[in-house]
Design a binder for this molecule. Sequence first.
Ligand code: 5GP
Length: 189
Amino acid sequence: MDILKERIKEDAKVLDGQVVKVDSFLNHQVDIDLLNEMGKEFKERFKDEKIDKILTAEVSGIAIACIVAQYFKVPMVFARKTESKNLDSDKYESEVYSYTKGRTYKVMVSKRYLKKDKNILIIDDFLANGKAVESLIDIVNKGQANLIGVGVAIEKGFQAGGKTLRKNGIKLESLTIIDSIENGQVRFR
Ligand code: 5GP
């Protein structure tokens, strides 16, 4: 997706050689016009599928997942990472190792919002090693819902997540794929 590539080239910063910081348009300040175009593109890429719900994880998946949900005219549910009085005790849980945070955390979805046989599209901002998406897939499976596919804004193609999901037969749509980062310069596929 060209406008996303251009925006990454203009505004993204590379941290620690491998982490792409996009806090000016996606992860902190959010450019709604850009996200709107991304939502439209995901709708186009999954247009032949019946989708009942969009699933993401807090925090950084929420903005984009909301816009995607608007295009599909379905609800969006985000997995929570912390216990809260707003979260039912009857819930599906999975564990994720985050390499950006350097620790393991839980993701949790109330059983009320993930029903058997519903068609789920997972949306996230980044796909790197695939652990975040795998935990959401685990939750979909625990709820006996159907995984229709996974859509990510930015796939880091030099990390294993995309390859593993495709190998497992999962329909993965990435709006941009970064093939390498050399001397702070991002190279797209
Ligand atoms: P994975 O579980 O696929 O290794 O990592 C995906 C999650 O880690 C995403 O949900 C995202 O929040 C975060 N992440 C991974 N790589 C990056 C990156 O380069 N930049 C940013 N901003 N987040 C990342």
